[in-house]
Design a protein around this ligand. Structure first.
Ligand code: ADP
Ligand code: ZN
Ligand code: ZN
Length: 722
């Protein structure tokens, strides 16, 4: 037998592939996309076969150790190659990032599944037996492990009588359980029907197309998704539905399960590696029509994908902030393109990027302008808190409205901006933050040297004595922590049942769902929290939504801060007054006339887009220009600074005449994270290829100058600039 060699991508941080010998007994069992275990240094690690050849110049090659029971389909491999190139990340590591760990590690273990074989013909002995039968009738097939609450004796008795059966298999079967009756979909409204028709037509034609489905919360977007998927189910091809992790609620899953029964796979961060691997294999085996999940579900291993839905497409949580720094929405569009499939991006507040693409005709625009129940949009009141009496964080208007809700036994939702970012200097009279003259983002105040700094370009200045726009001397630092906001609230309403929900108080799905259930059961009067409470969940008894500190978002040193504020206020409005009672929204701000506040108050997305895109255009920020961030970090501050300087010098020397802007290096707004000092450089240009080239050169320069003293991270289309 001729010698055979395999070209293999392994998950290590160098961007090249390696050759290995294929032992005789493996020949015929390997193909492009096969997953294997190979020796690398002193370790055994997984890798992926990219090609096979009978010739190689290398000598003394090591051999593949094992063929793993898994294959990357050609479509996914093509997607991985694109992602590796686009995000400037090694191919081997890119592939590892899109396969669940447990799938690479081991062959699937067989598991025992229990199912109902027949209904008992005579009454059962003992309530436990009856309970088990009822449970299996409801749930369909269940793993034996999930029946821990039942004794061996109970299980054996039913098995002995032939009422239940125990089957050993790798993954659960997914035929709809016997007797599954899908819930009946509502008749669509005109706009919904138009959207479903347009999307289905494109899918059936088998052409690549992207739709932007723009509709306020409650306008029936999810219903559109469900009915499009229903039309395509049982055609042997899959649909992927991405939702933000936080919106993956029991309510939403129940809606999908109600329509598609077991033919739904769910992928979320609460799964164990094993469970994730099981869902992955169920998809590979063709047992499901729909995979629904957070960001990484975009890599669901369907043979053939015809439809990809990205709900709340504007959500920043679609961006992975470590390793392969991909954006789930953008990968979705690319996967659709590579497979001649259709992508549907849904949102009440589309990202500037997607709306820009819709305007330019790249995406097809679908609009659902009304709520399904024709409930009017809530009244949004804007309260100027510059003139607040005393140090209170709550305006008299807001306090009075909360009181009314407490009296009527209705609920209030209070939104806080995510980060208590306190180092922005803001004018107490006109509400303006002090901004960088060249980057138009807020400067941040540094206590240590009493200076204002720009975190994009490094501009440094003394804090002015007077506000540059109104000459007031009343300048102050912005922000207060969520702690203080909660304490003051409790002091104002001592009898109210107040709960706080943010990433400090909510660890994991379980606490999150528990808290939401408490709100549903009206055991909570006031729910206080960050953006996470504004998403995906219906609160029928909430009739008042307050945004306590809208300015914190407005003044973050981030060019997207106005967009984020617009989104926050619009989302908040979407939460007010479901059910019969009309809702009310109160926005507290020091910038009542800011365009993001005014347009969101009037539910005017188009107006906001118009103002915002002209700001982006002036400075070349996305979506008008392209951006890549280089982050240089080290436990040693001067090493990080030197590394960043090396990148700057190299880029400067190469960028002449290339219509490119280099901002920085500057310390990141959050200058030190987990013991690492962080410096950042931003590359902006209309031409993606130019900044890709410069970013790669910058990365090389740091590696040459600093070796292992620094790490460089390339972030293409960065979202997080903090
Ligand atoms: P969105 O995803 O835009 O927030 P949903 O699809 O969740 O909107 O719809 C909001 C509510 O209206 C849901 O309770 C849904 O079941 C209901 N709904 C949606 N479309 C219709 C329809 N055509 N007829 C009746 N009820 C509908
Ligand atoms: Zn001023
Ligand atoms: Zn600047």
């Amino acid at each position: 037998m001729a010698d055979l060699f395999a070209d293999i991508a392994v998950g290590v941080s160098v961007n090249k592939t390696f050759h290995y010998c294929v032992p005789g007994e493996m020949q015929g069992h390997l193909a492009t996309g096969s997953r294997v275990l190979v020796p690398f240094g002193s370790r055994h690690i997984p890798g992926t076969v990219l090609g096979l050849t009978s010739r190689t110049d290398a000598v003394g090659l090591k051999s593949i150790i094992e063929v793993l029971d898994n294959v990357i389909t050609p479509d996914l491999l093509a997607l991985a190659r694109w992602a590796s190139d686009y995000y400037m990340y090694p191919l081997g590591q890119t592939i590892e990032a899109l396969v669940p760990k447990a799938v690479s590690r081991a062959k699937p273990k067989k598991k025992k599944f229990v199912r109902l074989m027949r209904q008992p013909s005579s009454p059962l002995r003992g309530p436990r037996q009856a309970e088990l039968v009822r449970m299996l009738a409801e749930r369909g097939e269940t793993t034996l492990d999930a029946l821990l609450g039942f004794s061996r004796a109970t299980i054996n008795a039913l098995k002995g009588a032939g009422i239940i059966g125990i089957i050993e298999r790798e993954i659960p079967a997914s035929a709809a359980p016997e007797g599954f009756v899908p819930s009946i979909p509502p008749a669509l409204m005109t706009e919904q029907a138009g959207a479903v028709h347009g999307i289905v037509e494109a899918v059936e034609a088998g052409r690549f197309e992207v739709f932007l489905l723009h509709g306020v919360t409650g306008s029936g977007k999810t219903e559109v998704y469900l009915q499009v998927i229903a039309k395509l189910a049982n055609t042997g091809s899959g649909a992927i539905v991405l939702v933000p992790e936080i919106a993956l609620t029991p309510q939403l899953l129940a809606r999908f399960r109600g329509r598609f029964g077991n033919r739904v796979a769910v992928l979320h961060s609460g799964l164990t590696d094993r469970e994730r691997a099981d869902e992955y294999r169920r998809i590979q085996a063709g047992h499901v029509d729909v995979a629904i999940g957070a960001r990484s579900a975009i890599f669901a291993p369907f043979e053939r994908v015809r439809l990809i839905i990205v709900d709340e497409e504007h959500e920043n949580s679609y961006k992975q902030e470590e390793g392969l720094r991909y954006h789930g929405r953008d990968v979705a569009v690319m996967r659709a393109k590579l497979q001649n499939a259709v992508a549907v991006l849904g949102s009440a507040t589309p990202s500037l990027e997607s709306y820009h693409n819709a305007k330019s005709g790249k995406y097809r625009y679908l609009h659902l302008p009304n709520r399904v129940d024709h409930r009017p949009m809530p009244q949004v009141a804007v309260v100027d808190i510059k003139a607040l009496p005393g140090p209170s964080l709550y305006s008299p208007v807001l306090i009075e409205q909360i009181k009314k809700r407490l009296e009527k036994n209705e609920q209030t939702l209070l939104l806080l901006n995510r980060r208590g970012f306190s180092s922005v200097l803001i004018c107490g009279d006109c509400g303006m933050a002090i901004k960088c003259p060249s980057c138009s983002v807020s400067l941040t105040f540094h206590k240590s040297d009493q200076k204002l700094k720009c975190h994009y370009c490094g501009y440094l200045t003394r804090p002015p004595d007077r506000c540059p726009s109104c000459s007031s001397v009343n300048l102050k630092l912005l922000g207060s922590g969520t702690q203080r906001i909660e304490e003051e609230l409790q002091a104002l309403f001592p009898a109210a049942r107040i709960k706080r929900m943010d990433s400090d108080t909510v660890k994991g799905r379980h606490t999150y769902d528990t808290l939401l259930r408490q709100v549903d059961r009206r055991e909570v009067d006031i729910l206080l929290g960050t953006q996470m409470i504004a998403k995906g969940h219906d609160f029928p008894f909430v009739t008042l939504v307050g945004v306590v500190n809208a300015d914190v978002g407005l003044n973050l040193p981030d060019f997207r801060s106005a967009e984020k504020t617009f989104q926050l206020i619009t989302q908040a409005a979407g939460r007010a007054g479901r059910g019969d009672t009309p809702g009310e929204v109160i926005i507290q701000t020091m910038n009542p006339h800011h365009y993001s506040v005014q347009h969101s108050r009037q539910h005017d997305y188009e107006g906001f887009y118009h103002d915002e895109i002209s700001y982006r255009g002036e400075l070349g920020y996305p979506p008008v220009g392209r951006i890549i961030k280089l982050e240089v970090k080290s436990p040693n501050e001067s090493h990080a600074a030197e590394g960043a300087k090396a990148a700057q010098n190299r880029i400067r020397s190469l960028m002449r005449g290339k219509a490119t802007t280099l901002l920085g290096p500057a310390p990141a707004p959050i200058a030190k994270v987990r013991g690492q000092y962080r410096f950042q450089l931003l590359l902006l240009s209309q031409k993606r290829d130019v900044i890709r080239f410069l970013a790669a050169e910058g990365r090389n320069a740091v590696a040459e100058k600093s070796g292992r003293k620094c790490r460089v991270i390339v972030d293409v289309d960065p979202i997080n600039l903090m």
